[in-house]
Design a protein around this ligand. Structure first.
Ligand code: AHR
Length: 667
């Protein structure tokens, strides 16, 4: 066991004699700034996994709204005289349904949608039903009725809310009506009846809450979008993840199919429906309803830099059996053009080909895209030989765009060691590192970035999460290990430009992967301990890096440091020092922070400490106890004596110590 030097230990009244307390630890913080904290440091990674988009953030409540699922009526129950047609008005989604009377006055024609694990209804909320319809035979107007209801309800009638639409044209037209739900029901249905004696065709049957994020039509689910906005993410990675790659060439995420009128965006397979046979969801597909326009807009609205990850001509390397399945290196042109066109879609003048598409969708101003990732989690020479021509083309046309390359799926090892030097050789701006590792690994990585080459490329910790052994969900212990790791990220914010936890969202009834940052069901949101760790690091990331040491060594859980991890920043907007202390031990640890190099006039005050802690380290937030583990604020529980600040760090805790300085002229 390492012995501490004189500076590392101090005695508090609580000292070592009390049970459960350790000897005090003394940290030194040098008040001289060491460099800026990048605004992008903490961000979000979004992928349509765990029903994260369709059935999740994307607020559409109807599953298989265009009848394009491989089983055309998946998600629907049809009754009476309903037939599938395939010469509809939308080229990319040709199917629609034809409703004819049954010929018997007691029998009904219609269809019912089950939603995503039900249609979630909130009491008093309004829902906008819309449908494209026509009278194929012309003639008199025909009526359809629309119901929101539940067959298992105890009420005499199954419908909670009803309305009608009159279809009055031989031509395809969009019809809309709003229904208000008088009840809360997470698992309702949408039912449509043909009410008159003629024939009606229906296409793109849709139901959205009126109250979406910022009220956008084709919008996002408000509570989930708000939970993401509340994180104040600096960067927003999209659309994945493996979704970028595709299982075969035809199924990679194709951004061009995700823009323009939503009715004409084609369906894409979602590889997460079959990737894990033990978590099979055959009804999971991508509608591209939450496409690149909606993504750029949302990123802009929450102040995050967009970071699209693009396909580099490789399908999922885990799934491919032979190299022949990938795009040949000499046939990459259209994939490269996709990247150039996406940049034009985001940033181009409204008169440019793709800038015009953006403008027509409602955003004539550019989205100011600065980053693009080429390849998700690719590896091997087959990646490098494809990446090179992409880099050349982007550099040629858009020299200011920063390019992100991949270091493969592993946090270290053969592929990682091959790819990093290649990334340097190719002069990418950032390298995307992924690590889904256990608690021991996270606790061993406190100094991971201390010795990284400062000459670049920078690091994008693009997918990470602590997977506590035993297939745990989102135990507090895992989140604490992530916090410990993030102190090392923050200390090295000159080399780590961004970090995004993954995956972001998971439907309680439709997940394929865990842990995840935010769980949700049809009506509620459950923020995990990992969410709160991200929230606290993001809100208190500060503006300038500071050096924090104990006995001249960084505090990163090394031997003798009693399971402590710590980092320090200055926040010029809060005019405060912020010290983050992670106690991964089962001991109460008295901590003294000694600020060195303060200006003469500068006075520190007690400020406040935000604490994330629970006595049950293996516990987690659940839908019945969503706030069981959440930050709490401690006023005046830190003592200030001159340039020293002290407090007691509880066992298994994250403390964010906010220490205001009297003078703004500190740096
Ligand atoms: O986050 C889940 C998956 O993990 C991502 O899709 C992929 O990039 C990684 O393997």
């Amino acid at each position: 066991m390492k012995r501490y030097g004189a500076g590392a230990l101090f005695s508090l009244m609580l000292g070592s004699s009390l049970n459960g307390y350790s000897q005090g630890l003394a940290f030194d913080v040098n008040a001289a700034p060491k460099g800026n904290i990048p605004g992008t440091l903490y961000g979000v990674f979004f992928e349509d996994i765990n029903f994260g988009a369709d059935g999740g953030l994307y607020a559409e409540l109807v599953k298989n709204r265009s009848f394009e699922f491989p089983q055309s009526f998946m998600g629907w129950q049809v009754f009476g005289n309903v037939t599938l047609q395939d010469d509809g008005p939308f080229e990319n989604n040709p199917h629609y349904v034809r409703l004819k009377p049954t010929g018997h006055r007691w029998k009904h024609t219609g269809l019912q949608n089950e939603g995503f694990f039900g249609v979630g209804l909130r009491k008093g909320a309004s829902y906008r039903f819309s449908v494209w319809a026509r009278l194929p035979e012309g003639g008199e107007s025909q009526k359809i009725s629309i119901e929101l209801g539940n067959s298992s309800s105890d009420e005499w009638g199954q419908a909670y809310a009803k309305s009608e639409l009159v279809i009055d044209s031989k031509e395809w037209k969009k019809y809309e009506v709003e229904l208000q739900s008088p009840v809360v029901d997470p698992e309702a249905f949408l039912r449509i009846f043909l009410e008159s004696a003629g024939t009606v065709d229906l296409e793109h049957v849709s139901l959205f809450p009126v109250d979406t994020w910022k009220g956008h039509r084709n919008g996002l689910r408000k509570d989930l979008a708000q939970a993401l906005a509340d994180l104040k993410p600096g960067v927003f990675r999209f659309p994945g993840g493996c979704i970028v790659e595709g299982t075969e060439l035809g199924t990679h995420y194709d951004w061009k199919k995700s823009v323009g009128p939503v009715e004409n965006r084609p369906l894409n397979e979602n590889r997460w429906h079959f990737t894990f046979k033990h978590r099979l969801y055959p009804d999971y597909n991508q509608t591209y309803g939450l496409g690149f326009y909606e993504y750029f807009l949302f990123a802009e609205e929450i102040g995050a830099e967009p970071l699209p990850i693009m396909n580099c001509g490789l399908i999922c390397q885990y799934m491919s059996a032979t190299c022949e399945e990938h795009v040949p290196v000499d046939s990459l042109d259209c994939y490269i053009q996709d990247v150039l066109d996406l940049i034009e879609f985001a940033n181009g003048d409204a008169t440019s080909r793709w800038g015009k598409v953006r403008a027509e969708m409602g955003h004539p101003e550019p989205f100011h895209l600065k980053y693009v990732g080429i390849g998700n989690e690719q590896w091997g020479p087959e990646y490098i030989e494809r990446l090179e021509p992409f880099i050349a083309a982007v550099r040629r046309q858009y020299p200011d765009i920063k390019i992100v390359g991949s270091s493969g799926p592993q946090s270290e090892g053969k592929e990682f060691d091959y790819l990093w030097p290649e990334m340097k050789r190719l002069k990418v701006d950032l390298v995307d590192e992924h690590f889904y590792r256990d608690d021991n690994w996270f606790l061993s990585q406190g100094k991971r970035y201390d010795d990284y080459d400062r000459k670049g490329p920078k690091v994008f910790a693009g997918e990470y999460a602590c997977h506590v052994k035993g297939n745990a969900r989102n135990q507090f212990w895992g989140a604490l290990c992530e916090a410990a790791f993030l102190t090392g990220v923050e200390r090295n914010a000159d080399v780590v430009e961004m970090a995004t936890y993954a995956p972001l969202l998971a439907h309680q009834k439709g997940w394929q992967w865990r842990p995840d940052m935010i769980w949700f069901d049809n009506l509620s949101v459950c923020k995990t301990s990992s969410y709160w760790v991200q929230y606290l690091f993001s809100h208190y990331k500060g503006t300038d890096m500071l050096k924090l040491t104990m006995d001249k060594d960084v505090v990163a859980g090394q031997e003798g440091q009693q399971g402590m991890f710590a980092s320090a920043v200055w926040d010029e907007n809060m005019n405060s020092y912020i010290v983050k202390v992670v106690n991964t031990s089962d001991k109460m640890q008295p901590v003294e922070i000694n600020f060195k190099g303060l200006k003469k006039k500068q006075k520190l005050s007690a400020g406040r400490r935000i604490l994330l802690q629970t006595d049950q380290v293996n516990s987690e937030n659940t839908f019945t106890r969503t706030d069981a583990i959440s930050p709490c604020e401690k006023e005046n529980d830190m003592q200030v004596t001159g340039n020293k600040v002290s407090f007691s760090s509880a066992p298994y805790s994250l403390s964010i110590c906010i220490i205001p300085s009297s003078s703004s002229d500190t740096l």
